[in-house]
Design a protein. Structure first.
Length: 81
């Protein structure tokens, strides 16, 4: 992440349907983990949620939740400026 955006697969994936949402992919001990985040400024990355991937249905649910958290965070940031 220190190299900046755009980040590359297979470790990072931009979630196409959710503008600005990224997925960090980590495999550890044979388990797949996902962490969703967005870039708030040049120096700040906001982690929204993470989970152990077990199936695509659960993953889609987590993407929707992360997208909602991202929208709420951006709205609050705009209110404070």
């Amino acid at each position: 992440m220190e190299d900046g955006f755009p980040l590359k697969e297979p470790y990072f994936k931009k979630i196409a349907e959710h503008d600005g949402l990224w997925e960090l992919r980590v495999t550890f001990g044979g388990n797949a983990f996902r962490i969703y985040f967005f870039e708030s400024s040049d120096v700040l990355v906001v982690a929204l949620c993470g989970f152990q991937k077990k199936n695509d249905k659960e993953q889609q649910k987590q993407i929707e939740q992360a997208s909602r958290f991202m929208r709420e965070a951006k709205e609050k940031a705009n209110e404070n400026t």
